[in-house]
Design a protein around this ligand. Structure first.
Ligand code: EPU
Length: 421
């Protein structure tokens, strides 16, 4: 297994280029199943989750390959509707093949995703949406078995849950509805840029969708979709992570391929922290200050502050003088990074779903354990500013969502390398 070793204390300077969005690419790869002919998706990040999705598409009978940031998918006429436990258990996003399989074959059998380290992650909203489209759903032997009677039928539905909207449920139901008969209206749809990217992809394939990016999406079913070429948008969470790296180290970093209009909540919080930000159509320049100011953050569905930036925000608050507060409204237990940050000298008190952060002057490097993807990123950020050496173990979490993070950070001047344990 690999570990990341960081010697803290360097200011980051220079340019960094973002990769394509993992959370856009995964459902879009699943959506390619909706056509029989070939789809080519570019700007796909080379990550472990992408490789898992390739394996899953192959298990479903599609031809799929990945080379140089391009995924080529040829689903063909016949699909196997069973998504096996072995693959689904390694990546929850596998659940987004349910919608396309159901739409294409009228039948989908997908291993029920289990528990997750960031908290309970039910799929009731996905299933509610499929039922509204006329599918019959059963859970048998650990699998969700969904069957359309003859075909799916468009309908009006409300997809709001206890914590608001769901990104993958919205995407999944949208993918099923594009080939349903008649009109579907999704109320309380997720508004995240990844949902918009998926809708753009589906529209290019021939789907009729409007309202994406708002809480009400309308879909007019069509008979057939066709394969296309499509480029994935850049990764807003990777972007936010480099924004924080620059801010925390007091650096001056130009982030290229950024989409500032997707980052308003993060930009707002960094401005409140005293960070200087210049933005253009597709870049962000971040200039950190020696002294940051404390803030309060509540994670919310888009356009609110993203839960996927919460751990990184906490790393920044950990070295910000004064008291800051984070309230986690999406995954109330997503705080596995707190104890590891405290091992590095942070002073964070947890009263879930709230964390109270007393900023310290400096963190001290330590061996720490990554528990999930974004927690790993927070530990790397903490390592960049900690005194001495930080070793981040279980880096496979980081590799699920950040392409070449150590390479990108070292090109900005960080002292960071990957080593075999
Ligand atoms: N929820 C339900 N029922 C459902 C689905 C979700 O109650 O059927 C609840 C969840 O428990 C949670 C909230 O809705 O409280 C949001 O969950 P959501 O369904 O939106 O999460 P997701 O779509 O499964 C995606 C990202 C996550 C990101 C969340 C929230 C992908 C592949 N994953 O997950 O990304 O945290 O949206 O923005 O797109 C990550 O990249 O590190 C990551 C975990």
């Amino acid at each position: 297994m690999d570990k990341i070793v960081i010697t803290g204390g360097r200011r980051l300077n220079g340019d960094v280029v973002l990769s394509g969005s993992k959370n856009s690419a995964l459902p879009i790869m699943a959506a390619a199943l909706l056509a029989e002919d070939t789809t080519v998706i570019s700007n796909v990040p080379n990550l472990r989750d992408i490789q898992t999705m390739i394996k899953l598409l192959r298990a479903l009978g599609a031809k799929a390959s990945f080379e140089d940031g391009r995924v080529v998918i040829k689903p063909g006429k016949e699909l196997n509707p069973v998504a096996p436990y072995k693959l689904v258990s390694t990546m929850r996003a596998s659940v987004c093949v349910l919608g396309p399989l159901l739409a294409r074959t009228g039948h989908a059998q997908v291993s029920m995703p289990g528990g997750c380290v960031i908290g309970a992650r039910p799929i009731d909203l996905h299933l509610k949406g499929f039922e509204a489209l006329g599918a019959r759903i059963k859970v048998e032997h650990g699998y969700v078995v969904a069957r359309a009677q003859k075909f799916l039928r468009g309908s009006e539905m409300y997809l709001g849950g206890a914590f608001g909207s769901s990104v993958l449920a919205t995407g999944n139901v949208m993918m099923a509805a594009v080939l349903a008969r008649g009109k579907t209206i999704i109320e309380s749809a997720a508004c995240e840029p990844e949902v918009v990217d998926l809708a753009n992809f589906l529209k290019k394939m021939g789907a009729k969708i409007s309202g994406e990016g708002s809480p009400r999406i309308e879909i007019e079913g069509v008979k057939k979709l066709h394969g296309i070429e499509y480029a994935i948008v850049s990764d807003r969470i990777e972007c936010g992570t480099y924004m924080f790296a620059a801010a925390m180290t007091g650096g001056d970093v130009m982030i290229k391929q950024a989409l500032p209009s997707n980052q308003n909540a993060v930009i707002d919080k960094l401005l409140q922290s005293g960070v200087r930000i210049d933005k253009g159509k597709n870049f962000l320049r971040i200039r950190g200050r020696a002294r940051l100011k404390p803030t309060d953050v509540t994670t919310l569905p888009y356009p609110g502050f993203p839960t996927d930036m919460q751990a990184q925000m906490m790393a920044l608050m950990a070295i910000t003088p004064g008291i800051s507060v984070i309230t986690e409204k999406i995954y109330p237990d997503r705080f596995m990074h707190v104890s590891e940050l405290n091992r590095m000298g942070a002073k964070i008190y947890l009263e879930s779903p709230r964390a109270i952060i007393h900023g310290v002057k400096r963190l001290s490097g330590a061996p720490v354990m990554a528990s999930d993807l974004r927690a790993s990123a927070a530990l790397v950020l903490a390592g960049l500013v900690a005194e001495g050496k930080t070793e981040v173990y279980r880096v496979y979490h980081l590799d699920r969502g950040y392409f070449n993070m150590e390479g990108k950070l070292s090109s900005l001047g960080a002292v960071i390398k990957r080593e075999r344990e």
